[in-house]
Design a binder for this molecule. Structure first.
Ligand SMILES: [Mg+2]
Length: 329
């Protein structure tokens, strides 16, 4: 039953322009396909290796072929996401997350980006603020920058996400940092780590559906890490986001707003009806692409072939065999 050609027979590749240059991406490509449980999405960033993309394929196939787990809630509170943009664009972007009570701001250092925090607070003085550094600081810069943010703005920061790359730096920072620390890259770039000491270097775990390898694997990861969870996404279309929402909906404990509204950073989604942000929340449901949107954002034939080849390589390097064996056991 598990034939590559059958699973991906109606693979549709889209390329959707982004509203801002988000992590160097100006058009987001995603490979969409449908299985017995509904639509799913395979969309590791194009620079990712096949090995790093493997969990994304696992998530994608699981999403199309496996039922979602039981939900503990039917709508998910989301946070706004603010990339490093000119301050003049902050209001326009934040308005795309109506009702969000929390904003995550991508920053470099205090000098360059404290203005983004100011602009976000003038948009909504009650915002809870998260900073995301993507591992960009060494320990010394982290201490200086976080103290500067804290001194300037006070105790308004919910947490800082991945201030440093290395775990020993995070552990040292945690002892002196004026705010909580969340880990993202430390998880998704090192899925096989032993996280028994996670509490020593982090307070919160960022969990993403696709890089974790889908809902079942993400659940195991969450249990292994043992920290409070923020379910987040990776600039997915509404289809990938719907699976992140399902992961969030199935959590026993969910005490933070989730990073599941990043489709607002794309020029358009491909699903209809659209995933709508209502009072800072999104309802959880299976979604389908809309033919007109697909027509507008269809990738070139050359890009479609690129994605097909990428899937084929991962499938044939052992993934396909592992997947079908697991389904029989
Ligand atoms: Mg992050």
């Amino acid at each position: 039953m598990w034939q590559l050609s059958e699973i991906f027979q109606e693979l549709t590749v889209v390329a959707i322009p982004t509203r801002t240059n988000f992590r160097g991406v100006s058009a987001r490509e995603a490979a969409l396909f449908c299985g017995p449980q509904g639509w799913s999405e395979f969309a590791p960033f194009v620079e990712y290796s096949d090995a790093e993309s493997e969990p994304w394929l696992y998530a994608a196939v699981e999403g199309a072929y496996k039922k979602w787990p039981k939900f503990k809630r039917n709508s998910i509170a989301i946070n706004a996401t603010l990339p490093r943009v000119e301050q003049g664009r902050v209001n326009e972007l934040l308005a795309r997350f109506p009702g969000a009570k929390t904003v995550k701001i991508k920053i470099d250092d205090f000098e360059k980006d404290s203005g983004l925090v100011e602009a976000a607070l003038s948009f909504n003085p009650d915002f809870k603020i998260r900073l995301d550094v993507n591992g960009g600081w060494d320990l010394e810069r982290a201490i200086t920058n976080l103290n500067s943010y804290n001194l300037r703005f006070g105790n308004i920061f919910e947490y800082v996400e991945q201030p440093c790359r290395e775990i020993p730096e995070l552990a040292a920072l945690k002892k002196v940092a004026p705010m909580k620390i969340a880990i993202d890259e430390s998880i998704r770039k090192a899925l096989e780590s032993d996280f028994t000491e996670a509490k020593e270097f982090a307070d919160i775990a960022i969990i993403k559906w696709a890089p974790s390898g889908g809902i079942a694997r993400a659940q195991k990861l969450i249990e292994k890490i043992g920290l409070p969870v923020v379910v987040s996404s990776a600039l997915d279309t509404g289809i990938g986001i719907s699976h992140g929402l399902a992961l969030a909906a199935s959590q026993n404990q969910l005490n933070f707003d989730c990073g599941l509204a990043t489709m607002s950073l794309l020029v358009s989604d491909v699903v209809k009806p659209a995933l709508e942000i209502n009072g800072g929340t999104i309802s959880v449901s299976r979604v389908e692409p809309d033919e007109a949107f697909i027509g507008t954002y269809l990738a070139t034939p050359a890009r479609r072939i690129w994605w097909q080849e990428r899937i084929t390589r991962i499938w044939e390097s052992g993934f396909g065999e592992r997947w079908s064996n697991e389904q029989h056991n």
